[in-house]
Ligand binder design. Sequence first.
Ligand code: AGP
Length: 607
Amino acid sequence: MCGIVGFTGRREAQPILLEGLARLEYRGYDSSGLATVNGKLYVRKTVGRIAALRKLLGDHPLKGNSGICHTRWATHGTVTEANAHPHLGGKGEVAVVHNGVIENYDELKRQLEAQGFQFKSQTDTEVIAHLVASLLSDDLVDAVRKALPHLKGTYALAVVSPRFPGIVVGARLGSPLVVGLGDHENFLASDASALGGFAQRVVYLEDRQLCVLTPDKWEICAADRTSADVEVHTLEWDAQDADKAEFEHFMLKEIYEQPEVIRRALAGRLNVAEATAHFDGLNLDARQLGQIDRIIMTACGTSYHAALIGEHLFEQFARIPVEVEYASEFRYRNPPIEKNTIIVGITQSGETADTLAALRESKRKGQRTIGICNVVGSSIAREVDGGVFLHAGPEIGVASTKAFIAQVTVLTLLAVHLGRMRHLSHQAGGRILDELQAMPDILRETLKCHDQVAAIADKYHHATNMLYLGRQYLFPMALEGALTLKEISYNHAEGYPAAEMKHGPIALVDENTPSVFLVPHSSVYDKVMSNLEEIKARGGPIIAIACAADTHVEAKVDDIIHVPSVPEYLQPLVTAIPLQLLAYHIALLRGCDIDKPRNLAKSVTVE
Ligand code: AGP
């Protein structure tokens, strides 16, 4: 979603701002812009990719040692240069970039127009720029501070003004903002990944805080301008994370990282002697863990699918009842929740607005919240009562691959941990740990299906409609396989429980609609085979993903991808790889922008 970078220092701002913005490219956007302060405000904006902004700035460079820039993901107003940020307030007294949504912008716009301010865009952001300009006298920070109470909604803001050269002001409510501390230069960004290599230390802003940056000073204050307590963090950054290495796309690189991602998710968490797992950050003691009698998992998108697998894992290993809720629905429901229920939020980014709001609402009601999250320092990681990090490393491709694998691995460990406090025997716990430790090698083996999957993609990439069918542990994988295909290839696909087909969706089956059957190695095998026959009888082409030991299914289907045989609860992990590769290759053949699919954002920070 939208990205913000700000800079103030002694160096030229433009190259630093552009580099920071390029690091946020993966988050999804449709236009971009940059402003520097150099006696007055200079602004360049374009629609399309950052490459277009880079070209514009190459042809018409901007001088100045401070500035702000932005990638916009349209919410209010179409994708045009006029709607791209930064927006100017008054007669160019201030420039503002903004992430979030101002819900009362219409009303503010009418008031500002009545005062004579002229609007040039259809955005909600432009009201902030004029509002700050209307309040500007001899102190930029004060003008921003006075503007904030008028804004209803969410924001991360960065503001500069030629009347206050060298000062960058930031403010946050509901949208992330992080300050980067350098040597005689300071930075501001909506995501710490923009700051790697520039700042070694960072401070995450809390809601309702402001920051004031100059080259030699940084200050974080509360809304009333009293100074706030802050914690300075070291920014962990590995240049390799931002590099595709030998891969054509980040998504492919991340698919290939998955064996190592599982190893990292397990590292330091196995207690082999007691046949259990342990976690440092749950902040729940053994007594509290033992008292949990219900779990509600809440998430969006791919993370929601990981939660659905978690439901099976917790119920199988820990015998704890689980409910899985879309965060966007859960946040507005008011279900009765008993005292010993914990709320688990699952999120790669740690910034998904709906998941954050669902967890906040649960916390407000006194519920204990746990976050399973990939991004250290993210809003969810900081706000939950306890949590587990995925350690998957930055995920750049918009379609989630390695973070999903890490989520499922961590959920398996958590289920073992809770199970061992209940009915799960030492022997069963020990067996699961052994099986988990074998998974990095098994995933390496699974990746050998790549060429075969590419050939299958070649055969089916013209199909505009596909079905993904699975049962039990593999039903969430059917949903995830279909979601990944939709996201990056723009092909229509639906995931269903295989047996649900005959209640309606089977009407879609014809010779042009391939079905991807996720064939389990489990007690429902025969049932799935009957479902498969039902599709076959109607002439629908069938691609099966089945375990290597299955010698029966091949004769019944058009194409087969064999994956290593693993216990049922680990089948989502081996099935994920061919599903990801199938979506990847179909998207590639269809000429799609795989790492930055249209309309999507890596981290969805608006409702
Ligand atoms: C991206 O591939 C995902 N498909 C997307 O659905 C994502 O999982 C969702 O937006 C939630 O994001 P989060 O995990 O960062 O909370």
